[in-house]
Write a protein that binds this ligand. Structure first.
Ligand code: RIB
Length: 296
């Protein structure tokens, strides 16, 4: 079987991760337990998730011409991801995310840097890459004008496009109309549909609800596809793993429910290790995990 071709248009960050017993109060200094720098960014995370699951992945984004940028490009290439569409920029630092992990949850501040130097014209230059894809995936850590262009180009070439509306912001109606799927979490769902009629887009909505699972609407029926219970080390990147895995399953022609179950399994495995990408499973990991679920 040919590998599914997935193009991810999105952010590339270095994650600066601190693990701490409890979150500090305002104005308080506390001692952390662990610190690490590790590759992240919603776009790059989704690209890595899809690549580990067997897709041929092309990344479109931007990094600074600095040490983090070089390291992140090397890291994407080591996963077999094409970085021909990643623009090096001199006037901005590589994007970073300051992440604090505690109480089985995280708090994240992103400084976009070079991610916000990506322009709609950069996507025009990658039009053939988008046209050759089975599925495109886009998130909101890049300028909204780029998101709009990505969705339009995919739509022009009849390529399905998953819009992961994270971090939450309002989207223009054209993005709702052209997206094949919208994958907010519960918080993002509230913001996304503040001014839009949710019912009109229910058939393209997949709401990720963390440990509960994902909610879908098919033929007017609402359904929760339950997630899998696993020991949680770090939930950072779980939503990204879901999106990358869902893109692969969709490109392979899996029906919606089966695609969500496959992506739920990948996301569950991803939370068992520290770091957004460290726990992302391979195809073999997901298949053996799912076959064990059938046995039990
Ligand atoms: O979704 C998790 C990601 O959000 C992190 O890797 C961080 O870089 C931020 O973009």
């Amino acid at each position: 079987m040919n590998k599914p071709v997935i193009t991810v248009i999105g952010s590339i960050n270095m994650d600066l991760v601190t693990v701490v017993e409890r979150f500090p109060n305002q104005g308080e200094t506390i001692l952390g337990e662990r610190f690490l720098t590790t590759p992240g960014g919603k776009g790059a995370n989704q690209a890595v998730a899809a690549a580990r699951l067997g897709a041929d992945v092309r990344m479109i984004g931007a990094v600074g011409e600095d040490a983090f940028g070089r390291e992140l490009l090397r890291s994407l290439q080591s996963e077999g991801i094409s970085v021909d569409g990643v623009k090096p920029v001199t006037h901005q630092h590589t994007g970073i995310a300051s992440i604090t992990i505690s109480e089985q949850d995280n708090r994240i501040i992103v400084v976009p840097g070079a991610n916000h130097a990506l322009a709609p014209e950069d996507l025009d230059q990658c039009e053939s890459v988008i046209a050759e894809s089975d599925v495109c995936v886009v998130q909101l850590e890049i300028p909204l004008s780029v998101v709009e262009r990505a969705v339009s180009l995919a739509c022009r070439h009849g390529v399905r496009v998953i819009v992961n509306p994270a971090p939450a912001q309002l989207l223009p109606p054209s993005v709702f109309k052209k997206a094949s799927f919208l994958t907010p979490n519960e918080h993002e769902r509230t913001i996304l549909f503040d001014k839009m009629d949710e019912e009109a887009f229910a058939d393209k909505l997949i709401v990720t609800e963390g440990a509960k699972g994902v909610r879908i609407w098919q033929d007017g029926q609402e359904r929760l596809i339950p997630s899998f219970q696993v020991p949680v080390v770090d939930t950072t990147g779980a939503g990204d793993t879901f999106n990358g895995a869902f893109a692969v399953a969709l490109a392979e022609g899996k029906p919606l429910e089966e695609a969500c179950r496959f992506a739920n399994a990948a996301a569950a495995l991803s939370v068992t290790k520290l770091g957004a990408q460290a726990g992302m499973p391979t195809r073999g990991d997901v298949e053996s995990f799912l076959s064990k679920q059938k046995e039990s």
